[in-house]
Design a protein around this ligand. Structure first.
Ligand SMILES: [Zn+2]
Ligand SMILES: [Zn+2]
Length: 220
């Protein structure tokens, strides 16, 4: 049985029809460092915050902007547990990353979820997205060496000013990391505090080059 389009229900074209695919908001013009959407960014343009104080990772790549219909797809994946979307979106993310990465990282590290949240949701969307990326790019996936040791309030529910403090100290390296070059994978990046905190934790553990690969980037 051919699947219907998850967004508009059109039949016969697979999980995402050509019309909905065309509507996806690709993150074409963005900051060269943190991938925040910028109007008309050409070449290696940096956003204001990155120009002043670069984040603790080397570069973020985001396939999409967090806008319709990418937001709908991610919500379906995350809150309706439509895990087949992780494969669909993860493969597109892999294709995007492959076009931009010149030196492959030694390991892919999905942003860990706290065990309480993992129990509630039943899966870690970052890990589910990272699986097809790791497979397609042939890079080892490591989801056991890092943990989220503090159950934090959902970043999206907090005012921007409280988000950095909320995530501080949330991650821990539980086994020695051999990799010197790693890629962090997550679903959505908004203020960037979560991946910044995770990247800073990896840096302290000796990872020298850190990339961040996300599906969608929202303007903070
Ligand atoms: Zn459609
Ligand atoms: Zn930036």
């Amino acid at each position: 049985m051919p699947r219907c389009c998850v967004l508009c229900g059109a039949g016969g074209e697979g999980e995402l029809c050509a019309g909905c695919e065309r509507e996806l908001p690709f993150n074409e013009s963005c900051c060269a460092r943190c991938a925040v959407p910028l109007p008309e960014a050409k070449g290696e343009l940096l956003c204001g915050p990155c120009a002043q104080r670069p984040p603790p990772y080397d570069r973020a790549l985001s396939l999409l902007r967090y806008a319709y219909p990418a937001d709908k797809l991610i919500q379906k994946l995350k809150f309706n547990a439509q895990l087949h979307l992780a494969r669909l979106l993860g493969e597109r993310l892999a294709g995007y990353v492959a076009r931009h990465v010149t030196q492959a990282p030694q390991v892919i590290l999905p942003v860990p979820l706290h065990r309480t949240r993992l129990r509630e949701r039943g899966f870690n969307q970052a890990l589910e997205l990272a699986r097809p990326v790791a497979r397609r790019l042939n890079i080892p996936l490591d989801y056991r060496s890092c943990a989220r040791v503090r159950a934090t309030a959902a970043q999206s529910l907090l005012p921007a000013a409280e988000r950095r403090l909320n995530i501080k100290g949330a991650f821990q390296i539980t086994r020695p990391l051999a990799a010197r070059h790693a890629a962090i994978v997550d679903d959505v990046m908004t203020t960037g505090h979560t991946v910044e905190e995770f990247a800073a934790t990896l840096r302290k553990a000796g990872v020298e080059k850190i990339e961040v690969w996300v599906l969608a980037r929202a303007a903070p």
